[in-house]
Design a protein around this ligand. Structure first.
Ligand code: ADP
Ligand code: MG
Length: 225
C-alpha cells in the first residue's frame, strides 16, 4: 500500500557464496534512499535484483506491486521501460546522438510518436538546465552536462522509480554537488522514488533514508558506521 519499493528477506548468491543476506528495504513515492558500502559489497547487485535483471535466491521484491523476477522475459523489458529509470556512473549516453536524441530514446523505443518523444525530451532538458545543448552530440559535452542528460533520459517515460548506480562517481566536487542537488530534487518534482548507491558520504547524507551495506548486511547508516 503506497510503497513503490518493498523488499523483504532478500538473499543473493553467486557460486554458492552470499553477496548479502536477509536484506530488507522500503520506500514510498516522493522518497529517496541512499545505500553506501565498500566496493564489492553488492550495491549494483541489489539494483539488478530490483530491476529484475537478476533473481535473488530467497526473499520477496515488489516494485510498484510487481515482482520483477516473476515477469516473463517478453514482458520484463516493457515493464522496466515504464517503471524504472536508470542512471549510471558515466552517463552511458550514446555519444554520436545529440542530447535530445538520447533523452527521447526511451520514449521512441516505447512507441511514442517523434513529436511526443522530442517534446517531452525538450521539456526535461530545459527543466534540468541543459536545454541549451539539446542539439550537441553527447560525446562533446562535459561530465556534468552528460549526467543531467542521463537524468532527463531516466525521467523520459515518467517512471515511478529511479535507480542510480554511483551517479556522481565520475564528477568533480562542484559538479557532484550540482548533480546531487538535482537528483534529490527529483522525488519532489516528479513524485518518483529515488534509490541511489554511492561511495560518497556527502551524496548519501542528502537522502531521506541512509543505509549501509557491509559484511553482507544492510543496516541504517548510523548503526553500520
Ligand atoms: N554476475 C556475477 N557473477 C558472479 N559474481 C558476481 C556477479 N556480479 C557480481 N558478482 C560479485 O558479487 C559481489 C558484489 O558485486 P557488486 O554488486 O558489483 O558490488 P558493488 O556494486 O558494491 O561494488 C562481488 O564480489 C562481485 O564479484
Ligand atoms: Mg557497483
Amino acid at each position: 500500500m503506497g510503497l513503490t519499493l518493498d523488499v523483504a528477506g532478500l538473499t543473493c548468491s553467486f557460486g554458492g557464496r552470499a553477496v548479502w543476506e536477509d536484506l530488507s528495504l522500503a520506500a514510498a513515492a516522493g522518497e529517496s534512499v541512499a545505500v553506501t558500502g565498500p566496493s564489492g559489497s553488492g550495491k549494483s547487485t541489489l539494483l539488478s535484483c530490483l530491476a529484475g535483471l537478476l533473481k535473488p535466491e530467497a526473499g520477496s521484491i515488489r516494485v510498484c506491486g510487481t515482482d520483477p523476477g516473476a515477469l516473463r522475459p517478453s514482458k520484463a523489458a516493457a515493464w522496466r521501460l515504464k517503471t524504472i529509470g536508470f542512471v549510471y556512473q558515466f552517463g552511458e549516453l550514446l555519444p554520436e546522438l545529440t542530447a535530445i536524441e538520447n533523452a527521447a530514446l526511451p520514449l521512441l523505443i516505447g512507441g511514442s510518436t517523434r513529436a511526443e518523444a522530442y517534446g517531452t525530451a525538450e521539456t526535461l532538458l530545459a527543466d534540468l538546465k541543459v536545454g541549451h545543448v539539446a542539439d550537441s552530440p553527447a560525446g562533446t559535452l562535459s561530465g556534468g552536462e552528460r549526467q543531467r542528460i542521463a537524468l532527463a533520459r531516466a525521467l523520459a517515460t515518467r517512471p515511478p522509480v529511479i535507480l542510480a548506480d554511483e551517479p556522481t562517481g565520475a564528477l568533480d566536487e562542484t559538479t557532484t554537488a550540482e548533480v546531487c542537488d538535482l537528483l534529490f530534487s527529483l522525488p519532489r518534482r516528479y513524485g518518483c522514488t529515488l534509490l541511489l548507491v554511492t561511495h560518497n558520504p556527502y551524496v548519501a547524507s542528502q537522502a531521506d533514508h541512509e543505509l549501509h551495506l557491509t559484511g553482507g548486511r544492510l543496516r541504517p547508516a548510523a548503526a553500520g558506521a
